[in-house]
Design a protein around this ligand. Structure first.
Ligand code: 26M
Length: 812
């Protein structure tokens, strides 16, 4: 067995220099910062290696059931700090570097975060694998090793410009490629029947293949000696594939084909709510799911494994519909390759999958046109048709020839597209939403027929976030204060934060708590000064809205509040000293094809440049929009925030997870009754949460009665003034046409009812100002937010999945 190096400063130095010399081929004196970063990462790896090998061995040899988490996205964030924390080596590494004449801070800054996800869904997957490792649950994460992750956002004249995220340009020290374990993944072609010793079977005769090469990443548990695996697949051309064409004499065609194959894992699709039905996207989905299923069934399981027992060994958790093509793939493997009877295979498949839905927006539900799917995966389309036929037979059996119901429940839509959420629901042993309200709406509004047909199938698991990254790493000051106050152990037992309630009125604790927040603001100020050249005032209320730019999240509502505050000063109706000094921070990427979202980004920047430079404001208001918000920046922004903006239209945000991160770091929430906000408010108490806006039933009601945004403009003078100011060109050099599409969309359509909630939002912001004026009262509320949000640890989410869906206890 491998030996871990001595966990001492000397042991670390020895191993570090060995990695620098032997691994990088450089002397300390001639090494670059990148060499130093790589050697440091390699040294941390060395401490994890023995544990990893042991866990991989154990998870293979045990008969215990494990989780295979299937996700097209993992938004991991930087690895070095997290892995130092998990191993408890942070101080030793810092001292060892000093002994080498180096500074950990300088070296750590070199790491480019793997941005292999868009937002909430991808970050959730990263939190879940952290918690699974920390709980010691046998599990493996499967996904795609995109060569380019989420685009790097820059602003040119206030407008978003995307750049390729070449996160692998200098290589990654965290990955272990295994070309020898590559899987061949097939596409295209046709199916045919053949006689197999008297049995008629179907086989798929594909027309092209690619290689799926696995790259393994360590996923260490926190201080528990466990290390799980994340396995991401990279596409490579097969040799045979190219040679066929090459032998036919067309070299250029052969090279083109190679490029085509390798395109599959080239880039992450940057849409996070409006799937475009692009063929390459389906290729990505099938590519990673087929590789993962084959990996598990053919490599991880022993070769003599009785597949009837597959449900006792694995649950494939579908992170949204992106991996749902795995359902017909497992059927194909069992029926065509392993030669099981259809019914037996279906029995197995139904128990091996469970599906998590992450949305309520109808336009976000994936559908694949049958002709596209049939061209790429002809056998899978046949299998889907048969699953649907047999399912609809069962529906007929239960409900008679209720053709309306049959049409509603068919996996194939009237226009011949495969509804992936329906397929997942029919096949999944369980279907879950990601917050109580979301799960309820999922059952009652999105899939009511299925809830009726499959009693007990639907459940809820409220999302969570890992406290290791989002409290301990992001907020070391608060972590120290918590440990000093309630002792250690809370980081893996987050309900213990409750013990802080006893200090909600403790003067000394108040002072320490406030000092932590002030210090976090200074750290953020330094970060924003270094990366963007911003100046951040240190006596402002820090009001933060960070999340993907989407109309349903209503960044425009936040903007209307800012414009209203600005207008009050600029028009002389209030003097600057009458407003609470606030810095508004935005972070948001827009999908490159989402024109309205991009215009809203432009408008935020435009308002910012006017507000920030108007001398009449006297620096009492500031708008900061650092480009390229990502996990690394989140770790600075979240701990510094005073106010967390969670202002989606009720019924639209499935859960939100940023809301949890902010509350756990002592920000108060201003929010609607939506997603997990509902549960946050229930836990922290009404008096410690700024609720505003319509409830979901009120939204539905207004929709039915007919929504006319102009009525709300007429009813609120401040609102009409704010909109007029934009229309007048006040933020576009006098040219009102620049933002006309945003304004007229709001006044005439306003699909997410921002104007309807404006008046109540402004009223809630007044309550924010009032409470902030009483710093003791504010601090008390902030402390209670921290104390009462332990529920939102992703460790708890994982326990809920284990109890309600997976039935995979930790390995002891
Ligand atoms: C689909 C097809 C093609 C291209 C991209 C997609 C796609 C990618 C990501 C669609 C949706 C994607 O993510 C949705 C998402 O992030 N949902 C969020 O999930 C979080 C975790 O559950 C919730 O907290 C958020 O409320 C929810 O919006």
């Amino acid at each position: 067995p491998v030996q871990s190096p001595e966990p001492t400063v000397d042991g670390f130095v020895t191993q570090y220099l060995r990695n620098l010399n032997n691994g990088r081929g450089v002397a300390l004196s001639t090494s670059t910062v990148n060499d130093r970063y790589f050697a440091l990462a390699a040294t941390v790896r060395d401490y994890l290696m023995a544990r990893w090998l042991e866990d991989v061995r154990r998870q293979r040899s045990t008969q215990a059931k494990g989780v295979a988490y299937l996700s097209a996205e993992y938004l991991l964030g930087r690895q070095l700090d997290n892995n130092l924390l998990a191993t408890g080596l942070t101080d030793i590494a810092a001292e060892a570097l000093v002994a080498c004449g180096l500074d950990l801070e300088d070296v750590r800054a070199l790491e480019v975060e793997p941005g292999l996800g868009n937002g909430g869904l991808g970050r959730l997957a990263a939190c879940f694998i952290d918690s699974l490792a920390t709980l010691g649950v046998p599990s493996i994460g499967y996904g795609i090793r995109y060569e380019y992750g989420i685009f790097r956002q820059t602003f040119v004249d206030g407008q978003q410009v995307e750049q390729a995220d070449s996160w692998l340009a200098l290589g990654s020290p965290w990955e272990f490629p295994h070309p020898e374990a590559a899987q061949t993944i097939s596409f295209g072609g046709h199916t045919e029947q053949y006689d197999d010793e008297g049995v008629t079977r179907t086989r798929w005769v594909p027309s092209w293949n690619v290689l799926a090469v696995p790259y393994n990443y360590m996923v260490p548990g926190y201080h528990n000696g466990r290390v799980n695996t994340l396995r991401l697949w990279s596409a490579q051309a097969t040799q045979g594939f190219d040679l066929r064409v090459f032998n036919a004499g067309d070299y250029q065609e052969a090279v083109r084909a190679q490029t085509y194959a390798e395109n599959i894992s080239k880039v992450l699709y940057p849409e996070d709510s409006t799937p475009q039905g692009k063929e390459l996207r389906l290729q990505q989905q099938y590519f990673f799911v087929a590789a993962s299923i084959s990996d598990f069934v053919n490599l991880i399981l022993p070769s003599d494994f009785d597949l009837a027992k597959l449900p006792d060994r694995v649950i494939f958790q579908l992170n949204d519909t992106h991996p749902v093509i795995g359902v017909p793939e497992l059927m194909r493997v069992l029926v065509d390759e392993k030669k099981l009877e259809w019914d037996a295979a279906w029995q197995i498949t139904r128990q091996c999958f469970a599906y998590t839905c992450h949305t309520l927006l109808p336009e976000a539900l994936e559908v694949w046109p049958a002709d596209l799917l049939g061209r790429l995966l002809p056998r899978h389309l046949e299998i889907i048709y048969r699953i649907n036929d047999e399912f609809l037979d069962e529906v007929r059996e239960r409900f008679g020839d209720d053709e309306e119901r049959i049409r509603r429940m068919s996996i194939i839509s009237p226009d011949g597209a495969v509804r992936m959420a329906y397929l997942a629901t029919v096949a999944g042993s369980k279907v879950n939403g990601v917050a109580e309200l979301h799960s309820q709406l999922l059952r009652e509004k999105v899939l009511p027929d299925f809830d009726e047909f499959f009693p007990g199938k639907f459940t809820n698991v409220t999302n969570g976030v890992t406290p290791r990254r989002f409290i301990r790493l992001a907020n070391p000051g608060l972590s120290r204060l918590i440990t000093d106050t309630i002792g250690p152990g809370w980081l893996t037992d987050l309900d213990r934060l409750r013990e802080l309630e006893d200090y909600a009125d403790d003067t000394a604790f108040h002072a320490a708590f406030r000092a932590v927040k002030a210090s976090n603001k200074r750290v953020l100020a330094r970060t924003l000064a270094d990366r963007d050249g911003f100046t951040v005032a240190d006596d402002h209320l820090l009001d933060v809205m960070v999340k993907r730019l989407h109309e349903y999240k209503r960044q425009t509502l936040k903007l209307l509040h800012i414009i209203t505050e600005y207008d009050a000063i600029a028009s002389g109706r209030v003097t600057p000293d009458q407003v609470t000094p606030r810095t508004f921070v935005f972070g948001a990427k827009a999908a490159p094809g989402y024109a309205m979202a991009k215009r809203i980004i432009h408008l935020i920047n435009a308002v910012g440049s006017v507000v920030n430079s108007d001398p009449r404001v006297e620096g009492r208001l500031a708008v900061l929009f650092p480009p390229n918000y990502n996990v690394t920046l989140a770790e600075r922004v979240v701990p510094a925030a005073d106010l967390s903006e969670q202002i989606s239209l009720a019924g639209k945000e499935a859960s939100g997870t940023g809301n949890m991160k902010f509350a756990l770091n002592g920000a108060l929430t201003i929010g609607t009754d939506d997603g997990a906000n509902v549960e946050i408010r229930e836990l922290v108490g009404d008096e410690n949460f700024f609720l505003f806006g319509m409830s979901e039933p009120e939204v539905a009601d207004l929709q039915t009665r007919g929504y006319h945004p102009i009525d709300f403009v007429r009813a609120d003078e401040n609102l009409s003034r704010a909109l007029d100011l934009v229309s007048s060109g006040a933020f576009s050099g006098g040219d009102g046409s620049v933002f006309e599409p945003v304004v007229s969309n709001l006044i005439h359509h306003d699909p997410f009812m921002a104007l309807a909630d404006y008046t109540d939002y402004i009223a809630a912001q007044k309550r924010v100002d009032a409470l902030y004026a009483d710093q003791d009262a504010w601090t008390r509320a902030a402390i209670l937010n921290v104390a009462r949000c332990g529920f939102f640890s992703s460790d708890r989410s994982m326990r809920d999945y284990i109890d309600r869906i997976w039935h995979t206890p930790p390995l002891v």
